[in-house]
Design a protein. Structure first.
Length: 354
């Protein structure tokens, strides 16, 4: 049956991008970030694809960790941002799922446990989101070491995607100092995708790539041979021939400057395509770029295909992916590729290409 809208997932691209991570950080182990349903690509689909490639997989929520542990009983797993009560801590301990320890209330419960889950201890090096501050860290590290706990020391960058921002080097220096003074025998982890690409002095023992696994670079202009994993596609539903001066779509914002052929495409904000997107945004059809025409609707959008040659009902349109980088579409929408990928809805069928 003909599909109206779908997302093609190229799993060979996912594995290729992980290989690019290893090329950038050859001495580090790779904790693949598959949070938020693998950035909208499908948690289990991506986990299976990377099961032989990654050294570990990280997710944000406990239910994600539960699904992964059922699927991959021996894969090292890390839980990064989940509320943890005693039951959750016991489950993590029993199933060897590492937790991110960043809070005194969880610390106290950990210290009372006979069998603790694996720990990644978070140091607040300057992002001020989660983690123990430099003034707290010495005591926390001492108490864990007194209990005989051994884990990984971690932190997270605030501005690593801005290569000249001085905060990044300040964070690296603060992290290195705390690591050397308090937990020198623990493995260390700082680098996200931007750290992998732009800050080799942050690679340490573990890197935690996210967005670059899916083919998007957090560093503008970086030439990394990353390949898009998701290509979002939809079909043309019909055409309208409009005269100069006629408008298209809700609000009548777009007005034809010449006689124009308008294609209506079966994708809209109900599928996750951004409603608020600049008039300069484009799509790919018949081997070329064409501009959007008017506002994005819930289930449809319009393209000006006047100069696109011979296109027909049912023709495939690429909204982002191969031929049209998601980073470019995100810039037209005033957002980031992370958000666009994560917001692709469940009604958009995922089609695996491998």
């Amino acid at each position: 049956m003909l599909q109206t809208v779908w997302a093609e997932l190229d799993l060979s691209a996912l594995r290729h991008n992980l290989a690019q991570v290893r090329a950038c950080a050859p001495r580090a182990r790779v904790m693949a970030m598959l949070k938020a349903d693998a950035y909208g690509h499908g948690l289990l689909t991506c986990a299976r694809a990377l099961a032989e490639e990654a050294d570990g997989i990280a997710v944000a929520r406990l239910d994600e960790a539960e699904r992964l542990r059922n699927e991959l009983p021996h894969m090292p797993l890390l839980l990064t941002a989940s509320a943890l009560d005693d039951e959750a801590l016991r489950w993590c301990a029993a199933h060897a799922v590492a937790i991110t320890l960043h809070d005194h209330s969880v610390l106290e419960r950990i210290l009372r446990m006979a069998d603790t889950p694996p720990l990644w201890l978070k140091f607040n090096s300057g992002m001020n989101r989660l983690g123990f501050s430099p003034s707290q860290f010495k005591d926390v590290a001492r108490r864990l070491c007194d209990k005989g706990v051994h884990g990984v020391m971690m932190s997270h960058f605030a501005c690593a995607d801005e290569p000249l921002n001085p905060l990044t080097q300040a964070q690296i220096a603060a992290f290195r100092q705390a690591h050397a003074e308090h937990l020198p025998d623990w493995p260390a982890s700082m680098a996200n995708s931007a750290g992998v690409i732009a800050h080799p002095d942050s690679h340490a023992d573990w890197v935690r790539p996210g967005i670059m696994l899916y083919g998007s670079s957090p560093i503008a202009g970086a030439d990394l041979d990353l390949r898009p994993v998701m290509t979002l596609k939809a079909r043309i539903l019909g055409f309208q021939d409009v005269a100069a001066g006629q408008s298209v779509g809700y609000g009548g914002d777009w007005v034809a400057s010449r006689p124009s052929r308008i294609a209506t495409v079966g994708i809209g904000y109900g599928d996750g395509y951004p409603r608020r997107i600049a008039p300069s945004a484009q799509a790919w059809v018949n081997g070329q770029r064409v501009p959007l025409a008017g506002r994005v609707s819930m289930d449809m959008l319009a393209l000006d295909v006047t100069a696109a040659g011979d296109v027909a009902v049912g023709e495939v349109v690429t909204l982002w992916g191969r031929n049209l980088p998601v980073d470019e579409v995100a810039a037209h929408a005033g957002t980031i590729s992370y958000e666009l990928l994560c917001r692709v809805k469940g009604r958009v069928q995922r089609v695996i290409r491998d």
